[in-house]
Design a protein around this ligand. Structure first.
Ligand code: C5P
Ligand code: MG
Length: 192
């Protein structure tokens, strides 16, 4: 299996690049953000709980997110592997993912691909996306800045954990979408 953690701050292009990677390598994307939004749209208990954090640009508590991910991974699917988009977002989630992938799939995380984009570009991209995404957390600059703050205080350390395992690779996330995809493809080819 190829199991990819697609990493980077909000607005770095994880969702966009996940689409290209799943097509190229026949993988399945698991986006915890998308799962939360699906639950919010359907007004489930999980959705209501998640909304109270997401609307402020805060992270949902680890246990909630981890349980949701386990449920998703237990759904039967035929795939060459998974792309984890927007997960893990804390050190705790990183450790949990290692155990989950081992227990549920008998596999490992192959690589952490990190999209690097500077903060002001992120803010501009997310404000722009907010014009059409309908996402409450894209619509307001204060919320966007809080998401970036959460990234630095809680998520950035995830990179250190993958660095220690020799699985961390940075790719410049600014440029043509297709050029960035090619760089990501090349990194995956190296470990196939
Ligand atoms: O990944 P995405 O940017 O779509 O996530 C949107 C929001 O969902 C985050 O800002 C956060 O509030 C919540 N989230 C979370 N924990 C995750 C993924 C998403 O709290 N692992
Ligand atoms: Mg996304």
């Amino acid at each position: 299996m190829i199991n990819i953690v697609l990493f980077g701050p909000p607005g770095s292009g994880k969702g966009t690049q996940a689409q290209h990677l799943i097509e190229k390598f026949n993988l399945k994307q698991i986006s915890t953000g998308d799962l939360f939004r699906y639950n919010m749209k359907n007004n489930t208990e999980l959705g209501k709980l998640a909304k109270s954090y997401i609307d402020k640009g805060e992270l949902v508590p680890d246990k909630v997110t981890i349980d949701m991910l386990i449920d998703e991974l237990r759904k039967p699917t035929e795939t060459n592997g998974f792309i984890f988009d927007g997960f893990p977002r804390t050190a705790n989630q990183t450790e949990a993912l290692e155990t989950i992938v081992k227990d549920e799939l008998g596999a490992e995380i192959s690589i952490c691909l990190s999209l690097v984009v500077e903060d002001e570009v992120l803010v501009q991209r997310l404000l722009k996306r907010g014009e059409t995404s309908g996402r409450t957390d894209d619509s307001n600059e204060d919320i966007i800045r809080n998401r970036i703050k959460e990234y630095y205080t809680k998520t950035a350390e995830v990179a250190e954990l993958y660095k220690k395992q020799g699985k961390y690779v940075e790719v410049n996330g600014i440029g043509e979408i297709s050029e960035i995809s090619e760089k990501l493809f090349a990194e995956v080819e190296k470990i196939k």
